[in-house]
Design a protein around this ligand. Structure first.
Ligand SMILES: Nc1nc2c(ncn2[C@@H]2O[C@H](COP(=O)(O)OP(=O)(O)OP(=O)(O)O)[C@@H](O)[C@H]2O)c(=O)[nH]1
Ligand SMILES: [Mg+2]
Length: 276
């Protein structure tokens, strides 16, 4: 993706109502000071677009950057900002959760982790929360320039292990200093979210075909389709019954048929015996 235009379109604070955007959204989460805003500036090629600071807690709002009028990069406030008061921290948490839970256009969530450190308890909680919301988190291991090349692999393994990542889950090593990983992030946005021909978001069918969606997202989509087709809940109910080990109508019919078959065989054998 070539960045042609960027505009900070919406800024949401604790009391703001979140926008109902028409275009797709991609969000960047991570603890305070991990380098979210720096990463957004790097991939957008704009030095001062997202405000950065060596003081944690710089981004205190949810910022929606409109790119090329095709979608939004969403800069989230960092969690775990130690010196913020508990009440503010809780409100930020609610704001982030509310956004991740309710956005209808959110297509992917990137979670940034400082490559130098083992993911914290908060990082693990965030990872699980994103999974729970039905997204497959894409990890960006930031500040790679602070490690020697020879250290990178072992730090990556530690992050994957601590977060309990699957072999197919994505992790991108990134540095806003060297710009390493920048193209990879843009490629992920291109390949996982946009159709290459016209740069519009992929349809759910295309995402399923590419294997991008989690099992839960696929189930939700199927359920939505069933509802649209007026078959609300029927197959889902069947699946639910099966999952708790209950017998469905079809199971019962099968059982009865096999009983009848067995009876017929016994009857046949008895008849044979009689005629001997
Ligand atoms: N060496 C190095 N420093 C970085 C890198 N990315 C960010 N930083 C520095 O880390 C500090 C925090 O960066 P931000 O981009 O403001 O972090 P943030 O995650 O947006 O922080 P909050 O807004 O508080 O959530 C700044 O001093 C950056 O210059 C990087 O890749 N390498
Ligand atoms: Mg920030």
């Amino acid at each position: 993706m070539v960045i042609k235009s960027v505009e900070l379109e919406t800024v949401c604070g604790i009391t703001s109502v979140l926008p109902e955007n028409e275009l797709f959204e991609v969000a960047f989460a991570g603890k305070s000071n991990v380098g979210k805003s720096s990463m957004i500036n790097t991939i957008l090629n704009r030095k001062g677009m997202a405000r950065i600071s060596s003081q944690p807690g710089k981004t205190q709002t949810i910022n929606f950057y409109n790119i090329n009028n095709i979608g939004y990069l969403v800069d989230l406030p960092g969690y775990g900002y130690a010196t913020a008061c508990e009440e503010i921290k809780a409100q930020w948490g609610i704001m982030i959760e509310n956004y991740l839970h309710n956005s209808k256009k959110l297509q992917a969530v990137f979670l940034l982790i400082d490559i130098r450190h083992e993911p914290s308890e908060n990082d693990c909680m965030m990872y699980d929360w994103i999974l729970h919301q039905g997204y497959r988190p894409i990890i960006i291991a930031t500040k790679a320039d602070k490690l020697k090349n020879s250290q990178i692999n072992s730090h990556v393994s530690r992050i994957k292990q601590t977060l309990n990542m699957g072999a197919e889950d994505l992790l991108i090593v990134f540095s806003s200093m060297s710009k390493a990983g920048k193209d990879e992030i843009l490629n992920v946005i291109d390949n996982y979210i946009l159709r290459n021909e016209d740069q519009t978001p992929m349809t759910k069918e295309q995402l399923i075909e590419k294997g991008v969606l989690t099992a839960r997202q696929v189930e939700d989509y199927k359920e939505e389709q069933r509802r649209k087709n007026g078959e609300a809940n029927k197959p889902a109910k069947k699946a639910r019954w099966k999952s708790v080990g209950k017998e469905t109508k079809a199971d019962r019919k099968k059982k009865e048929q096999s009983k009848a078959k067995k009876k017929a065989v016994v009857r046949k054998q008895k008849n044979k015996m009689k005629h001997r």
